[in-house]
Each structure stands twice: as structure tokens, then as C-alpha cells.
Write a protein that binds this ligand. Structure first.
Ligand SMILES: [Zn+2]
Length: 129
């Protein structure tokens, strides 16, 4: 569970490895205060203000793998809805502060994800000039 006790998930570790392979330097588990609440960014590029999250398919309701289990469906739906509304709040707060938010599904190959992040960084770089 991704709450106060954070541990690095395998997709996060693999994405970081690919980002390194592309020669990108970043901060991991970057803490930032947003609207009075401390949030943790999976991967952050503070200078370019690019935040990257690796979203688990189940918890974040991916359209391919995020199906609600039959048992206790209401319980899980409520729990997932809380995750999604937190995602939306974090996205909005970051954008408010001038950050670009990249959300990567855990089912995306780390290589593809890393290339997407590099492209976003390229755009962010041009805007800061
Ligand atoms: Zn998925």
C-alpha cells in the first residue's frame, strides 16, 4: 500500500534504471509541500519542474487491468475512488505550482516510459529558457 510507509515498487526501480541509462539525473521520492500537505513524487526533476508518478494498475484504475473485484466491490470502489481523487488533487496542486505532471502506468515498459519522460523534459527545458 502506498501511504505513509513508502517502498519503491519494481516498476519505479525499473523506470529509474532506464532514466539513468538515458543519462537523466533526477531526485527520487522527492518531498514537496502542496497546499499544506507533504507529498512524495516518485521521480522529480526539480529544475525543470517535471514530476513523474508510476501508477499501479489496480489502485489507480487502469482501464486495462483496473477491474473492480467482485467481492466487496463497493469497498474497493470507494478505496480506489479515494486514490483517484487524491491523484487529481495532487496533479492540480502541482500544475498550480508550475509543474508538469507525467503519470506512467505500471504496465508500460520502462524503456517506453523513460523515453516519454525525456520528451516531456525537452519541452519543459524550452519553456524555462
Ligand atoms: Zn494496466
Amino acid at each position: 500500500m502506498r501511504g505513509n510507509t513508502r517502498s519503491d515498487t519494481r516498476p519505479e526501480i525499473e523506470l529509474r534504471r532506464e532514466l539513468h541509462a538515458l543519462g537523466l539525473r533526477f531526485r527520487k521520492n522527492y518531498s514537496i509541500r502542496l497546499e499544506g500537505v507533504v507529498r512524495h513524487l516518485d521521480v522529480a526533476f526539480p529544475r525543470q519542474r517535471v514530476a513523474v508518478f508510476v501508477d499501479g494498475c489496480f489502485w489507480h484504475g487502469c482501464s486495462v487491468h483496473g477491474t473492480t473485484p467482485g467481492r466487496n466491490a463497493q469497498y474497493w470502489a470507494a478505496k480506489m475512488e479515494r486514490t483517484l481523487s487524491r491523484d487529481r488533487a495532487v496533479n492540480a496542486a502541482l500544475r498550480q505550482e508550475g509543474w508538469t505532471v507525467v503519470r506512467i502506468w505500471e504496465h508500460v515498459s520502462p524503456k517506453t516510459a523513460a523515453i516519454e519522460v525525456r520528451e516531456v523534459l525537452g519541452c519543459a527545458e524550452q519553456h524555462t529558457r
